[in-house]
Ligand binder design. Sequence first.
Ligand SMILES: *Cc1c(COP(=O)(O)O)cnc(C)c1O
Length: 465
Amino acid sequence: MDRVLARPWCRDLAAQHGRSWVAARLRAVLDQLRNGRLALPATDEGLADLVRAEAARASAPSLRPVVNATGVVLHTNLGRAPLAAEARDAIAAASGYGNLEFDLAAGERGSRYVHCVGLIAELTGAEDAVVVNNGAGALALALASLAGGKGVAVSHGELVEIGGGFRISEVVEAAGARLVPVGTTNRTRLADYARAVESGGVGAILKVHRSNFRMTGFTSEAGLSELAKLGAEAGVPVVYDLGSGLLVDPSGLGLPPEPTVSDGVSAGLDVVVFSGDKLLGGPQAGVLAGKRAAVSTARSHSLCRALRSDKLALAGLEATLALYRDPERARERIPALRMIAAPAAEVERRANAVLDRVLAQQPSREPSVPAGVEAGGSLVGGGTFPGTRLPTALLVVRAGEAAEAWLAALRSHDPPVVARSRKGRVVLDLRTVSPDEDAVVASALASASARLGSLLVDAQLAEPS
Ligand SMILES: *Cc1c(COP(=O)(O)O)cnc(C)c1O
């Protein structure tokens, strides 16, 4: 050990990672050589390569950038919304010292809760807003601060689970309030809320936007404005959990109707709660926006401190929100919106170009794996727009039994490319790939084909959609 550690290459590694850490990696390699799991290298340089490889493996960061070729735009497992360049720059700029809680004009202590508020008010019509760590936190804060430990009236049809085991019924309880279910699963009228409020003990009314599933058939629900009116008359705050934070008209993105934050605010609800990293396209954040009194109550609750947003998220959110001053600019600059709005023909052109690049890069042996571009559907994701499929073009590799091996090969690329498979078909949707990453997808496919078989363009498959 000591002799190896004294060698120049080992000293170089130690300068990079620290001597004791490198000694531990060397010990691991020597153990593997002793028990035969690694072949004994013939030269000192061979040993150096083994230890360097072990050091590289052990020091690789846990959190890595990946290429999202799944076609799910707001992919929660892949970090939801990719940020606009403006937001990335703002986050980098905010990484050092900043006026997070410092009033530069007065030269004294300020409040972190002032940031983003003016923009949110400007964009949504809200009187005031508070930004916290995420949407779930914003909802918990709204209920804890506004329901005052009393009952929260919620429609039976809105006692939903959002994902990751986050259930409305449990959030109400965690916020120290009591669930008061009203109406039925399919139909809840204003009178149902009114009856609950009249019978006493209700501290807040909660309306939850059913963002992640659809209910059709014999259904009805109370409107936002009538709920706001009922709440105002009874002196009971109304909280609207909108979920996704849509700030632009969805028809401009080719999406079906869906309430925006402004819809909730203009209906006169006390607070609208939404997420920063769903349809808003910003960093992880939760926003509570609405009437001055309700927001102020939430901001002074002790839970607000526990859920507060960090400077990086605030910087990213502010830069993202600023792009919405011009909705056209927001659609162009915010990747999630741009990806949702991308026409299928553009995705198809890129898919064909990637396929051509793979054919040019792959080894010139007998091609055997059919591949092509065909029509399909992308998803908005993040538990939004259930059942909406955005027409797209898919790059398909008919790998059969080897489909999982192809997916694993794509994931082993640096950076990893995450795709999907269905019934022996490996499917890549470039809608969710930034155009400047197309070359990465081509190189990942070419490396996979070098291992698993060359692609054969299947005219049947490649027919225009
Ligand atoms: C996603 C969602 C939330 C939670 O927001 P996060 O930012 O993911 O914490 C809450 N309510 C609804 C309706 C949602 O769709």
